[in-house]
Design a binder for this molecule. Structure first.
Ligand code: NAD
Ligand code: DAU
Length: 361
């Protein structure tokens, strides 16, 4: 999906654009709308990495601003100075296990930070005369809907919210604010709730990169609980094209669910990764990699199953995912094999301390 609209170029502010999905989206946007001006605002937390932006820095239509979404004076200044018409809001604390260890940052960034951004955008949009083409895209997660039983129907946009972790509760809070800003002030917010992404630039703490890296290092592959939890996997490029579609064609005040129709049990996914790594990676320290699978203590409050019903975005906006799980995993594994210089430095002292806290010895 590209160039969905012929309308004049945009000035887009992308928060969290140095993170995993945000940076993929920045590349996607710059490739498809090269005359648009793209501003990335990112606080560069442990999950933010300027290298993810590659050679975009230095290009005329691109600007990186290091800063916090909770910094109201900075946001006020930025919206005005850059004449922003579209905000794509990715910035968040995103890892469930970290939210269990320490929820504070999740409330600060995901709730208060989103509130600050919305409030700044509301005043700015009002002062500009409430232009009809302005958009505030709030990027959220399927985790706000809680956990499904094996035979439950997939989440739709009307499934009641039932978040179970501090992460998902904080995202739910931010979703409610984005919704309220449309209903109360007519601010043109749109919310997307997406399932699990994977692909390039995924921080090593998350399941798929963690397993790829541990296989390369010959380390145990920690599968939580009985490994029967189910996630609905979506290649990050498909998420980016869905978000592009929503910005171009979505209706303010609406919510769109985004998913890959790819429900897989964790143990099956890890096994698939092991088999693909055996095939694609030269000189693995332990082969077959399956031998490394180790069942470990479950994540507290671990949601059993997520599944997205993406009928609305398909029928109303014409978006469908393109990538299969096997195709997406092959590309992802190849990227981690080709980009060891990217992930090696991320296994820092801070990361080792985090790893120790979650997995022990
Ligand atoms: P990530 O953790 O990889 O990146 C988050 C980025 O936000 C980082 O660059 C970080 O530096 C930045 N950031 C954090 N706090 C900030 C602050 N206060 N001010 C400015 N920048 C800040 O996250 P991700 O996986 O790319 O997720 C991006 C968004 O998509 C999040 O809102 C997340 O909830 C949502 N989401 C993620 C997934 C997924 O599978 N990863 C699925 C659905 C929705
Ligand atoms: O569903 C969307 C969400 O997907 C996003 O909102 C989150 O930001 C993103 O982190 C992701 O959350 P999950 O908790 O589902 O992803 P994670 O990669 O942490 O874990 C995926 C599954 O694998 C989950 O059932 C827990 C399990 N797991 C994870 C890790 C890190 C393990 O079994 N072992 C592990 O070491």
């Amino acid at each position: 999906m590209s160039n969905l609209s012929t309308k004049q170029s945009q000035n887009i502010l992308i928060t969290g654009g140095a993170g995993f999905i945000g940076s993929n989206f920045v590349h996607h946007w710059c490739n498809n709308y090269s005359s648009d001006r793209v501003i990335v605002l990112d606080a560069l937390t442990y999950a933010g990495n300027r290298q993810n932006l590659g050679n975009l820095e230095g290009q005329e239509n691109f600007k990186f601003v290091e800063g916090n979404i909770g910094d109201r004076p900075l946001i006020d200044k930025l919206l005005k100075a850059e004449n922003i018409d579209t905000v794509a809001h990715f910035a968040a604390e995103s890892h469930v296990d970290r939210s269990i260890l320490g929820p504070d940052a999740f409330i600060q960034t995901n709730v208060i930070g989103t509130f600050t951004l919305l409030e700044s955008f509301r005043h700015y949009w009002h002062d500009q005369g409430k232009p009809e083409n302005y958009r505030f895209l709030h990027v959220s997660t399927d985790e706000v809907y809680g956990s499904l039983e094996p035979d439950d129907p997939a989440f739709t946009e009307t499934t009641p919210y039932a978040p179970n972790s501090p992460y998902s509760a904080s995202k739910a809070g931010s979703d409610h604010l984005a919704r309220a800003y449309y209903h109360t002030y007519n601010v043109p917010t749109i919310i997307t709730n997406c399932s699990n992404n994977y692909g390039p630039y995924h921080f090593p703490e998350k399941l798929i990169p963690l397993m790829c890296i541990n296989i390369l290092l010959g380390k145990p592959l920690p599968v939580y609980g009985d490994g029967q939890n189910i996630r609905d996997w979506l290649y990050v490029g498909d998420h980016c094209s869905a978000l592009e579609t929503v910005i171009k064609r979505g209706k303010p005040g609406e919510t769109y669910n985004i998913g890959g129709n790819n429900e897989v049990k964790n143990i099956d996914l890890v096994t698939m990764l092991c088999d693909l790594m055996d095939e694609l990676a030269p000189n693995l320290p332990i082969k077959p990699a399956k031998q490394l699978i180790t069942f470990v203590k479950d994540r507290p409050g671990h949601d059993r199953r997520y599944a997205i019903d993406a009928t609305k975005i398909k029928t109303e906006l014409g978006w469908t995912p393109q990538e299969t799980v096997e195709g997406g995993l092959r590309k992802t594994i190849q990227w981690y094999l080709d980009n060891q210089d990217w992930w090696q430095p991320l296994l820092s002292q801070e990361y080792q301390e985090y790893y120790q806290k979650v997995y022990g010895n």
